[in-house]
Design a protein around this ligand. Structure first.
Ligand code: NAP
Length: 297
């Protein structure tokens, strides 16, 4: 409707501007509509951390943007959650192809076995979304449990690197692909009490930049989405299941939802192949840095 009205308006404009204006308008459809759908059509997407939060929301958003014409590999440790998500997708988008697989990215030495272990028809990954990630605690340096340190680095950094290593040669051989890493504001703006988590996300940021430079002679896109505050199970994991502590993190604020971030991820993945959304920092209203959040009292 808006398109037709605008076209009429431009038709009334006399002179040289008219053909240019009409040419621009003739692109017609929204790039988050039919164009997004055709850019995703039939792609095989490997999504880690798909059992909750941003990952689960991204699976739903992507399959919707593709109008079901998508092949999804949903990976995480909690396969019951993955299977429930796969059932939901199958009910809403019967043409979508979905498989679920147990994957513990923190067990980074076994991660290279994951893609070769998929059924043959699923090994050519078009889109890798490295979303699995976590944080433990708010301890200051000097008090950090080395076991927590190890889990954070193994999950957020080493697992991500190993999974990426296992898809890059195939993408190179096919001359295309997307690798989207979920970073964080924590990787750009480190805060007291988050030294290890912030260091892992800074590592994701550096790794992402290096990889993009290494793949500069290819059509492989390397993207990073860096959320600010998002209400998911993230804080529950941080406080090892303590719901009261977790909900205090968001008290008096309006954080992003997992779906908000899923929209940004889907937007980045559905641009024209020459468009690389290299970095995207996403805050809710009332957030100005990792720790400056306006709280209504
Ligand atoms: P979430 O609700 O806790 O979800 C985390 C996901 O990661 C779950 O599906 C979990 O699945 C998976 N995961 C954790 N450890 C894993 C492992 N060892 N192997 C495989 N999967 C694992 O948190 P979220 O907020 O959606 O987090 C998603 C990403 O966003 C993370 O990388 C996080 O660092 C980043 N992020 C979050 C925020 C925020 O405020 N929420 C802000 C910035 C960045 P299983 O437990 O089933 O394995």
């Amino acid at each position: 409707m808006l398109f037709h009205t605008t076209k009429k308006l431009f038709t009334k404009i006399a002179g040289l501007h008219r053909p240019v204006a009409l040419a621009a308008l003739s692109r017609g459809v929204s790039t988050y509509g039919r164009q997004a759908q055709s850019r995703l059509a039939g792609k095989t997407v490997l999504l880690t951390g798909a059992s909750a939060g941003i990952g689960a929301a991204t699976a739903l958003e992507l399959v919707d943007a593709a109008a079901g014409d998508l092949r999804l590999i949903l990976a995480a440790r909690r396969t019951d959650r993955l299977n429930a998500l796969a059932d939901k997708i199958a009910a809403e988008y019967p043409q979508a192809e979905v498989i679920t697989r147990a994957l513990d990215v923190s067990d980074y030495k076994t991660v290279p076995e994951f893609v070769p272990g998929l059924p043959a028809a699923w090994r050519e990954i078009d889109v890798l979304i490295n979303n699995a990630g976590m944080v433990f605690g708010l301890e200051r340096v000097g008090e950090i449990d080395p076991r927590d340190m190890e889990v954070m680095f193994n999950t957020n950094v080493l697992g991500l690197i190993q999974l990426t290593q296992s898809v890059v040669p195939g993408m190179r051989a096919r001359g295309r692909g997307d690798i989207l890493n979920i970073g964080s504001i924590a990787g750009l703006d480190p805060y007291a009490g988050g030294s290890v988590y912030c260091a892992t996300k800074a590592a994701v940021n550096s790794f992402t930049h290096s990889l993009r430079k290494e793949l500069i002679d290819t059509r492989i896109r390397v993207l990073e989405v860096q959320p600010g505050a998002v209400e998911t199970e993230f804080s529950l994991v941080r406080f090892k299941g303590d719901k009261e502590k977790a909900s205090k993190v968001y008290e008096g604020t309006e954080p992003l939802t997992a779906e908000d971030v899923a929209e940004i991820i889907t937007f980045a993945l559905t641009r024209r192949e020459n468009t690389v959304v290299a970095q995207t920092l996403v805050f809710p209203s009332h957030q100005g840095s990792a720790t400056s959040l306006y709280r209504k009292s």
